[in-house]
Ligand binder design. Sequence first.
Ligand code: NIG
Ligand code: FE
Length: 412
Amino acid sequence: MNTLFIHIKELLQTREKSEVKVMGKSMSELPHIKNAFLRIKGDTIHSYGSMNSLVIEATDKVVDVTDKIILPTWCDSHSHVVYAGDRSQEFVDRINGLSYEDIAAKGGGILNSAKTLQDTSESELYRQSISRVNDLIKLGTGALEIKSGYGLNTEAELKMLRVIKKIKENSSLKIKATFLGAHAIPKKYKDNKAGYVDLIINQMLPKIHQEQLADFIDVFCEKGYFSLENTSRVLQAATNYGLIPKIHVNQFNAFGGVALGIKHNALSVDHLETLNEEDIAVLKNSETIPVALPGCSFFLNLPYTPARKIINSGLALAVASDYNPGSAPSGNMNFIISLACIKMNMTAEEAINAATINGAFAMNVSKDYGSICVGKKASLIITTKLSSYRQIPYHFGNSPISKVMINGEFIY
Ligand code: NIG
Ligand code: FE
């Protein structure tokens, strides 16, 4: 099917293929064409330009999008969307005064989700998870990274990764899978953390490699979770199997995790609610991209990642949803863009760059996603009637979307 969009009010994020990430001051530039056309052939962007340069040729479908904006779908590079049940009781407990850490110390939190997931069948886990993924398409997400990490034993971690694989096979979204066995220490290993790391390295990783279930490796490098030494052991072992590191780091404490991630050539370092000068300095000497998760700060009432400090230092920044049952139970990237502007002082241009081109970089899908570029996949958001793209973050909580095209097909 070939589709031609005409009279596009603004065609956003038009880039050359060689541009895979925007950094520092360049993040405030959002290339766009006013009164544009966009031609799709099959699943691919064939050509685009201003309406007065449109060459007439036969096409299956012409869509007049007068007053509407078109932009690439969101690339959400950090999610835990495969989970069982929910943690709304903990939400109530927090409203009544307990902290996220208090709840985790009582055996709630990640361990609570792990217990529920271990007791849920693979088919039921798939049913719950694919329905969340399908809802995300309607909100404009076109590429999604999904982590394991609520299994915490070999059988349940494999179950999660097989569910992610099935989502990959059955969804039109671009999916990347991350093994996060090192998400929390199971109760059984409370006094033997190194023993759990041994299990990850000697039992889980070889099976995951055998079934080719993961693209990335992740570790929650944090006090009370995985130390620098244990993080390093997991990253080294996984790298030997060809997995690329993307780590949870500096959520509550900064103690050298960023430098450790960079030492292991991490693609991204995610969270960074606390960030010191040393972290900034090592990031500047690396290809690793920082990823902020403002939905988590919003939901847990925690400090936000210092986006201005990161961008003003000349670094790139991506934003992602962190969609998970405990710290960010929403995958709405439109709201993430609003939070980036309202709470992290990012401009609309910076926020949209962070959620498209830089998000694609943070999940290794820049070849096909993240910008409007000849030869990339036709995965597009067609907005409602808007006066400018600035209205996307401005109308926080509203959906700016009228239609979503994924790989050349209207899905919503
Ligand atoms: O990215 N910080 C670690 N992991 C998740 C939260 C997991 C949970 O509470 O279930 C996060 O915020
Ligand atoms: Fe996370």
